[in-house]
Design a binder for this molecule. Structure first.
Ligand code: RUQ
Ligand code: CUA
Length: 655
């Protein structure tokens, strides 16, 4: 019998070989099967569909990807940049964690950035990154910045996409954990960070018995200064929220611009056992109510209240109190079914999709209806804190039966919604413009959390691809012990049915959210220009040197070293110090050539820098250990890389 493979072979051969006819079938050569396509398919056990998927994702050497997926690295603390459709990992971007290759947090300028992120006087050396969000202009990704949140330590970071590096970490002085971040308003006026687990605002103490009165949530609006590319805490503010666990959030756009939507669970205000064994664990205590509250925040009104001084100050943050927020309708609620997860605004801004988690539906809220009720002052009830609650049935367009555990939704260019369904391990496609259109479901492997689509969170999604971010890999890859990677599955959504075309194991953390941007929107710099540019000020640093200006300046025990780096030497290459000297190294890469990175490490001193072309770095330390310490270049930069070495001699005290 002729197999489907051989019947279809000419099609694939043409696709893979262009116009050249395939070589005649030959006997398999080794495990790869040699050079004949059908022999390779036989040797590797590949189906026609496998080969088609391979042809859709295979990206020959030197060809670039159409999209870049920025995925959270979860507990790794940083970001992962992945090319789509090749699914090749392009870079890890360190954000909240030290990372040696990028010289991140080993004595250089980045150590100061990490230090800014310390909370309550404690060094925090990792982060639980959940939601990377790209900066937007008019609701479209502009490719300039990406913001991330650290759930565990309530922090937000700003990553510059010109050089893919972290420029700012802001420690939230109000809340103890966050989750609804780092979402942006459509022109990146604000980066939003809302709390997850309620606690007394500002980090104070209160017993769990005071939960209802003293524990609170907050939605932080971090003002982003687009000129400087930094968050400006002095122009930022927060809205105090009840102690419901605020969850995912999304900013309104177009029709709903000016509003922010934050899901919540635990309107029961369960606190776990609190040491009392007769009380339920938090998980069941928080799952009693049929409805929780979708929070609707009018941030433009909030801005006005802040300008009018209608705030209190906690730990230096201007806070609109819950009472004021309720009274002024900065905060309004609409019920949402049972412990929801995910609040995603549709590309036209007209609807908000909420995943049921403990409900089998996705609920489609109609913002025009919500706005109408709010304008008319038609409220159904009040919550215990005096916040007005809208009527559920009046506020929705409808609900769609999705399956067990719908979580997050992303969009394409045709009104289709792709909802991740955790318990069922599926992606379900449905249409928010036409709720009668039947759903289509595809099995993913396994237990999908978030899902990302090409330009999916913008006002104009592209379609083409979605990526299922699966929490479990189970049998998908070669076993690596009990701690398994996550599994990203690339799904082709361009055809009439969804098709999985690639599996990518993520071996260093549990990614949550991701966003996918058109690669040509990114404008990275090839080098820091001119040489001596400080990556954190974008200007030539006063401490930078030109060739010939290198020197060592000593004032008492204070030593400043002005050093240059270029293939294949450091100038000066010899430092003579006295034990106890207070040393500052000002290091300038004089390189401008593409991909000519040097490293700089001082043995035994825990100093390690990455010196990309033109970069200025600065290290400050005390020469407290006497001895002979080689310093050298850690990147294989040239034929004489091993020779790129020098000595730091530290004379013992009293010698
Ligand atoms: S979460 S798997 Cu942190 Cu975004 Cu939903
Ligand atoms: Cu410079 Cu190796």
């Amino acid at each position: 019998m002729k197999s489907a493979i051989s019947l279809l072979l000419p099609v694939f051969s043409l696709a893979l070989y262009g116009c050249q006819p395939p070589a005649p079938a030959a006997a398999p050569q080794g495990a790869s099967g040699g050079s004949d396509l059908s022999a390779v398919m036989t040797a590797r056990g590949l189906t026609d569909e496998d080969v088609l998927a391979a042809a859709k994702t295979w990206t020959p050497s030197g060809k670039h990807d159409d999209y870049v997926l920025f995925a959270s690295g979860g507990q790794m603390g940083g970001l992962i940049a992945i090319g789509v459709p090749s699914m090749r990992i392009l870079k890890y971007i360190s954000v909240f964690e030290t990372e040696p290759w990028q010289g991140y947090g080993y004595g250089g300028l980045s150590s100061k950035i990490l230090k800014e992120g310390n909370q309550g006087g404690k060094d925090i050396t990792w982060g639980d990154v959940h939601h990377p969000n790209l900066s937007e202009t008019n609701g479209d990704y502009d490719g300039k910045y990406i913001f991330v949140n650290d759930k565990a330590n309530a922090r937000i970071a700003v990553v510059d996409l010109a050089d893919f590096s972290t420029k700012q970490i802001i420690a939230n002085p109000l809340i103890m954990s966050d989750h609804g971040g780092a979402f942006v308003t459509p022109n990146t006026d604000y980066v939003i960070e809302s709390s997850q687990y309620a606690a007394p605002l500002g980090g104070g103490y209160a017993p769990l018995s005071d939960y209802n009165e003293k524990y609170r949530g907050a939605a932080m609006f971090w003002k982003f200064d687009k000129e400087k590319g930094r968050i400006d805490p002095s122009k930022s503010f927060a809205v105090e929220l009840p102690p419901y666990m605020q969850d995912l959030s999304d900013a309104g756009k177009l029709a709903s611009d000016g509003y922010v939507f934050i899901g919540s669970w635990n309107t029961e205000r369960a606190t776990g056992t609190g040491g009392d064994k007769s009380k339920p664990y938090l998980e069941s205590g928080a799952s009693q109510n049929d409805m929780d509250f979708l929070h609707i925040i009018d941030w433009k009104k909030a801005e006005k209240l802040v300008a009018d001084g209608k705030t209190t100050t906690i730990n230096g943050v201007k806070v609109i109190s819950l009472e004021t927020a309720a009274k002024e309708h900065v905060l309004t609620f609409v019920p949402e079914p049972k412990s929801p997860h995910g609040a995603d605004v549709t590309p036209d801004g007209k609807f908000i999709v909420v995943g049921g988690k403990l409900d089998t539906h996705a609920t489609l809220y109609d913002f025009a209806k919500i706005k109408d009720e709010m304008d008319k002052g038609e409220y159904a009830s009040k919550d215990p804190y005096g916040v007005d609650v809208l009527d559920f049935a009046k506020s929705i367009k409808g609900q769609k039966e999705i399956g067990l555990g719908p979580l997050h939704s992303v969009f394409d260019d045709k009104g289709n919604v792709y909802t991740s369904v955790f318990l069922d391990s599926t992606v379900v496609k449905w249409n928010y413009l036409n709720l009668d259109q039947p759903t289509e479901s595809i099995a993913v492997n396994y237990n999908i959390g978030h899902i990302a689509a090409a330009e999916g969170d913008t006002v104009s999604p592209d379609g083409h691809y979605v990526v299922a971010m699966n929490k479990m890999a189970e049998d998908r890859f070669t076993p690596v012990g009990p701690l398994l990677p996550q599994n990203f599955q690339l799904i082709d959504i361009s055809g009439p049915t969804m098709k999985i075309i690639y599996d990518l194991p993520i071996p260093l953390g549990e990614p949550h959210y991701a966003q996918m941007i058109k690669a040509d929107k990114l404008h990275t710099i090839p080098a820091y220009t001119p040489a001596g540019t400080n990556p954190y000020t974008n200007a030539v640093d006063p401490g930078a040197v030109k060739a010939g200006e290198e020197r060592i300046e000593r004032h008492g025990n204070k030593v400043d070293v002005y050093m240059s780096v270029i293939r294949s030497h450091f100038t000066p290459d010899y430092l003579e110090l006295n034990q106890g000297d207070d040393v500052t190294l000002h290091v300038t890469s004089l390189e401008q050539a593409y991909d000519q990175t040097h490293g700089f490490t001082i043995d035994m001193y825990n100093v390690n820098l990455s010196m990309e072309p033109g970069k200025y770095e600065e290290v400050h330390f005390t020469a407290d250990r006497a001895g002979v310490f080689p310093f050298y270049c850690t990147e294989f930069c040239s034929a004489l890389h091993l020779e790129m070495e020098g000595y730091m001699l530290v004379k013992p005290k009293g010698a």
